[in-house]
Design a protein around this ligand. Structure first.
Ligand SMILES: Nc1ncnc2c1ncn2[C@@H]1O[C@H](COP(=O)(O)OP(=O)(O)O)[C@@H](O)[C@H]1O
Ligand SMILES: [Mg+2]
Length: 465
């Protein structure tokens, strides 16, 4: 028994807060679907989940459960089970008692034993049933917490960062376990995380949020390959997509170039439909997105069709064994996505950066450039715009704006280059090397100055079946 959940234009205003924590959020979750809410800390994920659970009032908008109005249903009548980050077990009860406890209320008069045993079997925790939480490891405690949710046979699982307090290895292990469990049970699951890798590996679909506003909803493949805007592009994928400021040069006499400042990328003729769309951007600042796998270190003579040559100077190499991440300087100006830049501490100079992100390294020049772009955006467009909507209709004014530049960014000062390229283990380069690069135009993303994707356009995906 699993249920459909619909949120229709749901907003949440907390008392005394000028801006909504959740702003006109609409989403349809199918019965049995595993939906992930993904976004940075404070973007409203938990608030959405708590409104679904009935733990938080909905200020405006509607919640439908199996098509029926559910805003006013008491939490206990929703048949939902919640798993939190901090396990929330009763310290004075054994695992068995913790798992069985909610059943006393839900099935009064019934002996919880068989349900508890069944749950313990599913989770592989039979041996720890008689231990107290204080005698369990973090992973075991989280299994017991999950057991408490499972034993109730809920029609919906709501999970709020359930793995965040665990170490990386355990997280990966439990992630696989959660996927297996929920799919096996076919229960509708809404899973909150700020970890994009977790979101991508677990979700049937991923809903990416920013500042209370839904940015995009799609399969992991969709949000990775066709991000609606710069924010989604930058939030999903490691190392982070390279985002570079550029301008389009498209003279009437023909030809089209993307100018990065010191280098230009010539788009081969005849232009594809995607690239023809760029004509209207002539002379404007755009943002180019290149994932680390869209560029390879190779000579122009080795180019495949659709690859264009540029070059860069190696700033730093992150050796990861099966691959290396090469940080290059191409003389371009990185574009910044404020929410993503702020929390990340600047690495010690000139040391390596562990998280291998491409667009974070910003010198004074780039900060200045970003401020200039900010000015450009505001001047030209007369203010910021609403998030791009894939579902028709113009964006509405008070909704939080688009993906970039609506706030001045305090960028960390580093000199780790402007482009991160992924290479195989057999390519050896050193700091200071001047290397030839080939850019795969099929994987070239272009966003307008508001951060909305211009290309590539969606196309029919070939299915291998
Ligand atoms: N009880 C509350 N009162 C006032 N503001 C709140 C409350 N709970 C959350 N917020 C604010 O609402 C926003 C969204 O919070 P939350 O949903 O917890 O974000 P997330 O789970 O994505 O980190 C944040 O700005 C947070 O500070
Ligand atoms: Mg939260």
């Amino acid at each position: 028994m699993s249920r459909a959940i619909t949120l229709h234009e749901v907003s949440k205003y907390y008392p005394k807060q000028p801006t909504p924590a959740v702003d006109r959020f609409s989403l349809e979750i199918a019965p049995g679907e595993f939906l992930v809410l993904l976004g940075p800390s404070g973007c409203g994920k938990s608030t959405v989940l708590r409104m679904i659970a009935g733990l938080e009032d909905i200020t405006t908008g509607e919640l439908l459960l199996d098509g029926e109005y559910g805003n006013d249903l008491a939490p206990g009548d929703r048949k939902m089970a919640m798993v939190f980050q901090n396990f929330a077990l009763y310290p004075s009860m054994t695992s068995r008692e913790n798992i069985g406890f909610p059943l006393r209320f839900e099935m009064p008069g019934t002996e919880p034993g068989p349900r508890v045993d069944e749950t313990a079997r599913i989770l592989g925790i039979e041996e720890i049933l008689d231990r107290y939480p204080g005698q369990l490891s973090g992973g075991e405690r989280q299994r017991v917490a999950m057991g408490r949710a499972i034993s109730r046979h809920p029609s919906v699982f709501l999970m709020d960062e359930p793995l965040s307090n665990l170490d990386a290895k355990l997280r990966a292990h439990l992630r696989a376990e959660i996927a297996r469990l929920t799919r096996g049970m076919g229960v509708t699951t809404v899973y909150v995380t700020h970890d994009q890798a977790e979101a991508m590996s677990l979700g049937d679909r991923v809903a990416v949020m920013r500042s209370g506003v839904l940015q995009q909803i799609g399969t992991p493949r969709d949000v990775y390959h066709l991000p609606e805007n710069v924010f989604v592009a930058a939030f999903v994928g490691t190392p982070r997509i390279n985002l570079l400021q550029a301008t389009v040069i498209a003279p009437l006499s023909g030809g089209m170039w993307i100018d990065f400042g010191r280098q230009r990328l010539g788009l081969p003729e005849p232009l594809g439909y995607d690239h023809q769309m760029l004509r209207i951007q002539q002379g404007r600042t755009i943002i180019v997105g290149l994932r680390s796998e869209a560029v390879r270190i190779a000579r122009a003579s080795q180019a495949h069709p659709g690859e264009v040559a540029i070059s860069g100077i190696v700033e730093h190499v992150e050796y990861l064994g099966h691959e290396s991440l090469v940080h290059l300087n191409t003389g371009s100006r990185p574009a910044i996505v404020p929410e993503l830049e702020a929390p990340r501490p600047a690495p010690a100079k000139p040391g390596p950066r562990r998280n291998g992100t491409g667009s974070g390294g910003l010198g004074k020049l780039a900060q200045k450039a970003a401020r200039r772009l900010q000015a450009t955006v505001t001047d030209r467009e007369g203010g910021s715009h609403g998030a791009h909507s894939a579902h028709g209709g113009p964006p509405k004014p008070p909704q939080t704006p688009s993906a970039v530049m609506d706030r001045p960014a305090a960028a960390p000062e580093t000199d780790t280059g402007d482009l991160v390229v992924r290479t195989g283990p057999d390519i050896r380069v050193r700091r200071g090397d001047h290397v030839p690069l080939l850019v795969d135009l099929a994987h070239l993303y272009v966003f307008d100055s508001n951060g909305h994707r211009i290309c590539p356009l969606p196309r029919e995906q070939p299915h291998l079946e």
